[in-house]
Write a protein that binds this ligand. Structure first.
Ligand code: SAH
Ligand code: SF4
Length: 352
């Protein structure tokens, strides 16, 4: 059997070892070598890896590290935002991004190659869907970013956001398996509260997330406060309209006792008026909510632009006056084509 070590939970690793006749106590040093020391090729010489484990690693059936090659790498002018384009075993490519400051970085991960949701303003949506990522391929992105951070800045990833390419809740099981591994305190040990899953409103996934044992943060992309307006930006809204989405968010908030983060991509002349702000306030009334305003990153396939700074401030003022907490996402990475899917989209264009 062939599998990648990064995608095995601690328990799955123990089971795998037992199945191969190796004492499962060897799971501990191996899990540490993979998830703390981030070793790949030199695993068999790692501290604590004893002969039975070395033999298992060397055997033909035994696990290997996830194949992932860095094929594109861009940094913002200040060097703190860095975007990686990673090629997988079958040639598919995904992006991961690091943002933040030394000692407290956020890694933004992809969950799929492309995306099936087709949001009109999104570079990934414009590409269409190729395939789901495996748990290994999601964990390996964190390892790639953390390895580079250790090499260049001595830094550490503190937060994870599932805001790269793809819809994580459309790839529920592998995404959860990966996050449960990343947050395992025997490995990388990133706290579940520091992990945010961003969804376009894939309701069955929100319901399952609400019932998942760990409490990950939920971020929901809204961008419209009526079905008609939201439906024009997000085709999925036709299948799962706003009332149902907000009901699933309320349930998550109540059962998990957690705040829900709502993203609103601000598009000039489309969803940035005072009226839009007021309607956003109205639909979130009574909910423990926080709004993230994201000025649109222009993409090849969508002609609209971000509003000016004045308009962004006026929009924020209205929701602030209503007592709704909010932040404007700074476009720190704009010089590295920060919008999701944009690095890959540019590359596809160049190679055509
Ligand atoms: N599929 C998930 C997560 C990936 S997208 C989701 O849609 O939530 C992460 C965030 O980036 C979403 O809030 C999405 O609406 C936003 N986004 C996508 N393209 C954008 C663009 N061109 N400009 C600004 N925000 C964008
Ligand atoms: Fe997919 Fe999210 Fe882009 Fe929509 S915004 S197409 S759900 S990645």
């Amino acid at each position: 059997m062939n599998f990648s070590l990064e995608g095995l939970s601690y328990e799955a690793l123990e089971a795998q070892l037992a199945e191969s006749g190796v004492n499962p106590v060897h799971a501990k040093p191996l899990f540490r070598a993979v998830h703390r020391r981030l070793l790949r090729n030199d695993l068999d010489s790692a501290e604590g890896v004893l002969p039975p484990l070395q033999r298992w690693l060397a055997s033909e059936q035994a696990a290997k590290s996830c194949a992932m090659e860095l094929v594109g790498d861009t940094s913002s002018a200040d060097g703190f935002t860095r975007k990686y384009l990673l090629r997988l075993h079958d040639g598919a490519e995904v992006e991961s991004v690091q943002m933040g400051f030394p000692g407290r970085y956020t890694a933004c991960l992809s969950s799929q190659v492309g995306c099936a949701m087709g949001c009109v303003f999104c570079a990934t949506g414009q590409m269409g869907f190729s395939r789901h990522l495996t748990a290994s391929e999601i964990v390996a992105q964190v390892h790639q970013v953390e390895r580079e951070l250790r090499r260049t800045q001595g830094g550490t990833i503190r937060n994870i956001v599932m805001m790269g390419m793809g819809e994580p809740l459309h790839n529920f099981e592998p995404t959860m398996e990966a996050l449960d591994i990343i947050t395992d305190n025997r490995g990388l040990n990133i706290g579940p509260a520091r992990v945010a899953i961003s969804t376009v409103g894939y309701i069955p996934g929100i319901r399952k997330l609400t019932r998942h044992s760990k409490r990950y943060s939920l971020a929901v992309s809204l961008h419209g406060a009526s079905d008609e307006e939201r439906g024009q930006l997000i085709p999925l809204n036709k299948r799962w309209p706003l009332v149902e989405l907000l009901d699933a968010c309320r349930e998550y908030s109540a059962l998990k006792r957690a705040r829900v983060f709502f993203a609103w991509t601000l598009i000039g002349g489309v969803n940035d008026s005072d009226d839009h702000a007021q309607r956003l306030v109205d639909i979130l009334k009574g909910m423990d909510a926080h709004v993230n305003l994201i000025p649109l990153n222009p993409t090849e396939g969508y002609k609209e632009q971000a509003p000016g700074e004045e308009r962004v401030r006026a929009f924020q003022q209205i929701i602030q006056d209503a007592g709704l907490p909010s932040t404007v996402r700074q476009r720190r990475g704009i010089d590295v084509a920060a919008g999701c899917g944009q690095l890959k989209a540019q590359r596809v264009k160049r190679t055509r």
